[in-house]
Ligand binder design. Structure first.
Ligand SMILES: Cc1ncc(COP(=O)(O)O)c(C=O)c1O
Length: 387
């Protein structure tokens, strides 16, 4: 295999060398417990503070409004279950969408079992909710709205700003949570200006390590802890902090903040160009979800009807190109994706679905090779299945 082209960045991203360096230093030299009172402890605390500032800086919120968690999954669980427990006496209703990540959907399923009333909003064929429909579902007993900014399978972008401002102007008592795991560091998000109370982010989607995440909690937002211990992270997330992970996440957030403003437009252009080239070279490809110019710059869903996505994935892999079928976290146990079902894709198209996802590290040179590699791979699968 000559060259490897990694196009599965919505699943996870390669860790930057400077992140690794900082983490190694944290593991080997600056290993003190941030709660310890001696020099090593104080140094760890200083580094944690720096990392908190870097993560907060990317979304322009005060550093003290960020707590560290073990990742996007925990942040989503904590935001949803923590709100439900803290606000039970104000109501019994939450609103989300049908295409959320399992860490959101399964948190709401759990609440349903406990007697909560959950509205799962449908989406249109581009994977976006109808804002007028949304407004009609808000009730006096609604306590939480939770909606991902960018969908991890098809890259659709929800009108988060519009929703946040609507809630703040009309229902200021309702908390608004957004799962920004796919948008943090990839497209702009401004929780403070957009009326967002809670925001989840994850380190490994922005060239940081796995197993570290953050939850932005707007000052004054009541949230009940989901674990109890020594009172770290504002008492909301007890447990000795994962300092190497935190330091690595901070460094990655700083890097991504520097490249984002100039490279976001660049990734968008690359995606647009790739879509056009694939449409020419592989005309039977069906593009899934939002129009390329409207979805997130780093996610491109497509399907070759009649060619199983998983088979195509492995043939592409043999050519050095790494993609995914649907989302990585669910691709092992879900037959056809509920997200594709929700946007009205037929079973045959859903079975052929693959997801290409990009990062700031992909070069236009490597991406220019993808349409031909895809053509070759599709032909190979078709020859094989015809036999
Ligand atoms: C939209 C979304 N939310 C949450 C998660 C979970 O994040 P983590 O892997 O950090 O638990 C993912 C991971 O793929 C995701 O794409």
């Amino acid at each position: 295999m000559e060259q490897e082209i990694y196009l599965d960045n919505a699943a996870t991203t390669p860790v930057l060398p400077e992140v690794v360096d900082d983490m190694v230093r944290s593991l080997t030299q600056d290993f003190g417990n941030p709660s310890s009172l001696h020099r090593l402890g104080l140094e760890s605390e200083r580094q944690m503070k720096q990392a908190r500032g870097r993560v907060a800086g990317l979304i322009q919120v005060p550093a003290e409004d960020i707590i560290f968690t073990s990742g996007g999954t925990e942040s989503n669980n904590l935001a949803i279950l923590g709100t439900a427990r803290a606000r039970k006496r104000y109501g019994n209703h939450c609103i989300t969408t049908q295409i959320e990540h399992p860490s959101v959907l399964n948190s709401f399923k759990y609440l349903e079992e406990k007697g909560w009333d959950i509205t799962y909003l449908p989406v249109d064929k581009e994977g976006v909710i109808d804002i007028e429909e949304f407004k009609k579902t808000v009730r006096d007993d609604t306590v939480l709205v939770s909606m991902a900014h960018v969908n991890n399978e098809i890259g659709s972008i929800q009108p988060i700003r519009e929703i946040g401002l609507f809630l703040k102007n009309n229902y200021p008592q309702i908390l608004f949570h957004t799962d920004a795991v796919q948008s943090f560091g990839r497209i702009q998000i401004r929780p403070f200006e957009w009326g967002i109370d809670l925001l989840s982010a994850s380190g490994h989607k922005v060239h940081g390590p796995k197993g570290i995440g953050a939850l932005y909690i707007k000052k004054g937002t009541a949230l009940a802890a989901q674990q109890w211990g020594g009172g770290q992270e504002l008492g909301i997330r007890s447990g000795t902090e994962n300092l190497p992970g935190i330091v690595g996440f901070g460094r990655a957030a700083q890097w991504v903040g520097q490249v984002m403003s100039k490279d976001e437009a660049c990734i968008s252009r690359i995606k647009l160009k790739l879509t056009q080239e694939i449409a020419q070279v592989v005309p039977e490809a069906v593009f899934l979800g939002p129009r390329p110019e409207e979805g997130a710059p780093h996610i491109l869903g497509l399907s070759i009807p009649g060619v199983r996505g998983e088979t195509l994935l492995h043939v592409l892999e043999s050519q050095g190109v790494y993609v995914s079928t649907g989302s990585a976290c669910s691709s092992r146990n879900v037959k056809t994706s509920y997200v594709l079902g929700a946007i009205g894709v037929s079973n045959q198209v859903a079975e052929g679905a693959i997801r290409l996802s990009f990062s700031y590290l992909n070069t236009s040179d490597e991406l220019s090779q993808v349409p031909n590699i895809l053509r070759k791979s599709v032909d190979q699968v078709k020859r094989f299945t015809r036999r």
